[in-house]
Design a protein around this ligand. Structure first.
Ligand code: SF4
Ligand code: SF4
Length: 177
């Protein structure tokens, strides 16, 4: 596993994002029958290469959605009321979701890239970047946004593009360049 080089990632993303977003649009319109199985396999391959602790770009550049259950759990962990927690850290966006006011996230330790509330972090953070979801077709539009921030998502899409060239036939062991 190699450390993530965010400068290199941004260059790669800029050079390839148009093509990759187009690919995801086509994938969403015409997914292969085994999309969930392929996604889960590629998820395992991605994490052999990408080390989140050398990245933390999601915690630096994006906000998780805080559900009412998240807010209750995290505020209790911090010894605050949910109302005080929301007032201190969150705002309600146009779609009615509670989001972080601050970026990077207030709970990110910028020296270690570790989450200071890891055990009670929002469900959105725990599931991010959603590369092995059961109904992957519902998440393809999310990857289209996340590809700009998340090197793991970027790599997953690259691998998916390679498989598409082989008609989505999974071979074992998975050989993806
Ligand atoms: S709560 Fe933790 S995992 Fe979630 S964005 Fe903040 S630092 Fe990252
Ligand atoms: S999930 Fe993506 S953006 Fe977040 S730390 Fe891992 S590779 Fe980086």
């Amino acid at each position: 596993m190699e450390a993530v080089n965010l400068r290199h990632f941004r260059k790669q993303m800029k050079a390839n994002k148009r093509r990759m977003k187009g690919f995801l649009t086509r994938l969403e319109k015409k997914p292969p029958r085994n999309l969930d199985k392929i996604s889960a396999t590629l998820d395992k391959e991605v994490w052999k290469e990408v080390d989140c602790l050398s990245c933390a770009n999601c915690c630096k550049k994006m906000s998780p959605t805080f559900t009412p259950v998240d807010i209750k759990r995290i505020s209790s962990h911090l010894g605050m009321t949910p109302v005080a927690f929301k007032e201190k850290w969150l705002y309600l966006d146009r779609t009615g979701d509670w989001m972080n006011v601050k970026q990077p996230c207030q709970f990110l330790n910028l020296s270690t890239n570790m989450c200071s509330i890891y055990e009670v972090r929002p469900a959105d953070c725990a599931g991010f970047p959603h590369l092995a979801k059961k109904k992957m077709i519902d998440y393809v539009h999310i990857h289209r946004q996340n590809i700009e921030y998340c090197p793991a998502t970027f790599r997953w899409v690259e691998m998916m593009e390679d498989l598409a060239k082989k008609d989505f036939k999974l071979e074992y062991p998975v050989a993806i360049v």
